[in-house]
Design a binder for this molecule. Sequence first.
Ligand code: ATP
Ligand code: MG
Length: 366
Amino acid sequence: MAYLELQNLHRDFGTVKALDGIEIELGEGEFLSLLGPSGCGKTTALRLVAGFDRPDAGAIVVDGKNLTNVAPNKRDMGMVFQAYSLFPNMTARQNVEYGLRIRGKDRADRRKRVSDLLELVGLGHAADRYPHQLSGGMQQRVALARALAIEPRVLLLDEPLSALDAKVRVQLREEIRRIQLDLGITTLYVTHDQEEALSVSDHVAVMYGGRIEQMGSPAEMYSAPATPFVAEFIGTMNRLEGTVVDGGVEHAGTTLRIEAAQERPRGERVLVLVRPETVEVGPANGGSGVNTLVGNVVTQTFLGPVTRLKILGEGVDVIADVPTQKALSLPVGTRVAAVLPAEGARLLVLKEDLPQIPEEPASASR
Ligand SMILES: Nc1ncnc2c1ncn2[C@@H]1O[C@H](COP(=O)(O)OP(=O)(O)OP(=O)(O)O)[C@@H](O)[C@H]1O
Ligand SMILES: [Mg+2]
């Protein structure tokens, strides 16, 4: 049974539909990431759940109780924001203790709980430091401990890691997940970083323009994107436009044998979606085999264990991730054959122009 429900949430700001019918059901103890580009409505959704804002229509239900008109401080939600929002004149301990103090918890209980929480987030040694004496990562740990102190029923996190550097971000997201699993706390996590969302979540909801494009497990979202937007937003994807013909999809003068095309009507315009790691690349040797597109390597991008090749030819524009060792034998300028998988590739029917994903200005986050 769903523990946290967002039922058909709508929120307009003037002419902007910040939320346009959001439906989410999350089981108790589950971790859902709301993922999407800047302005898609993530923060708006979280603020409605927290009670900082009211929906124009729809409801927020926790454990069967409709909280839509309940004040934020009566909702039992813990929230962590993007900006470090600690009280600057209080130590780490006092920050974490704050919520317990205003709830009138007994002093001895408070001290015990605060110490336990600071241990949990790895800050037992820094309890008496003030925020300015803590690094950004440490401050976010305190913020997390503070949000957890009141034993919230739901934990809400709005891009809590975006101000941190890459390494700390990875470390802390894993810790957040560990703590969330330990405590079994139902969690809504907002991010525009797809890798972050895929790595720590039970479920991922990709949002675009105030709507949920698709929701599923990280593996589903990666392997079976339901819309061109999701395909583009999650991971890197080749998107080859083509037309369904007998036996496959016509693209760049070649008939690609794509299993999924068998169920589609001939003449239909489609997008063939192919992950770069599923493209096989070798030197072009005259003959062209099945599902082979020929072009030249125009760039190589070293990504560690794999190297990403961009391959351009007549009507051909493909990227392929090949083992770095192999890429050494395919330097820029090499004429190569890129072989697409017949089975792994997915097809999406091309209905409209693909939405452009806006660039993510770091400072535009709210
Ligand atoms: N208080 C407000 N008044 C007017 N417009 C608003 C308000 N809050 C949000 N919006 C608009 O609603 C839309 C959704 O905003 P929201 O902050 O939810 O986006 P977001 O997904 O959190 O983006 P980001 O990744 O940049 O934080 C945007 O177009 C934004 O400009
Ligand atoms: Mg936001």
